[in-house]
Structures are given as structure tokens and as C-alpha cells.
Ligand binder design. Sequence first.
Ligand SMILES: [Zn+2]
Length: 107
Amino acid sequence: MRSRLKRLYTASGLLEAYLLRDYLDAEGIGTLVFNEHSVGAVGELPCNEALPELWVRDEAHYERARALVLAYERRSESRASRTCPGCAEANPGTFDICWRCGTILDS
Ligand SMILES: [Zn+2]
């Protein structure tokens, strides 16, 4: 039986899309990021119609992926983003190490 793609989430930016992709990948759920090349560098405001979208590769994983995304959103809301002391990159509050350089975010 062929697996079917299903749209999971529209991210607010490319960074969030990649974070969620890695997060779901760690849970064994394969995803694809669409619109990633239509968005400018991190920090620029993307056009509304070109926001990155996260799609699950197999819709059988959709329900579980959706639950993980909702849990991710709840954690994001409860913890403000943190700036990396090593490279000054903004990291979601859910992250304990910098996504970019690996510095521990212990603030
Ligand atoms: Zn860093």
C-alpha cells in the first residue's frame, strides 16, 4: 500500500519548520518541508502565501505527529525563546542546546 503525504502544520518560519522536522524525525516520523526555498534567510519576514509547511510522509503517522506538534506548541508558549550565549542565535524555549552551534542554553 502506498503511503500518502498529508499536510501537518504551517510553520511561522523556516527555523520552526526545521525544528519540528527534526523533532518528529527523532520520534520516527518522516516529514517533508515545503516552501522552504521561497522563504528568505532566518529573521526575514516571509510572504504569507509562502510560509513553510510540514507534511508527514505517511498519513498513517498523522494523528501521532499532530499530537507531538500540539505538545511542542504548548511547551513553546510556556517558555520564552532564549538567545544562545555562543552565537547569539535565537532558540525556542523548548531547546536545551543551541540548534546552530550546540552551546548549552542554561539561562
Ligand atoms: Zn549557538
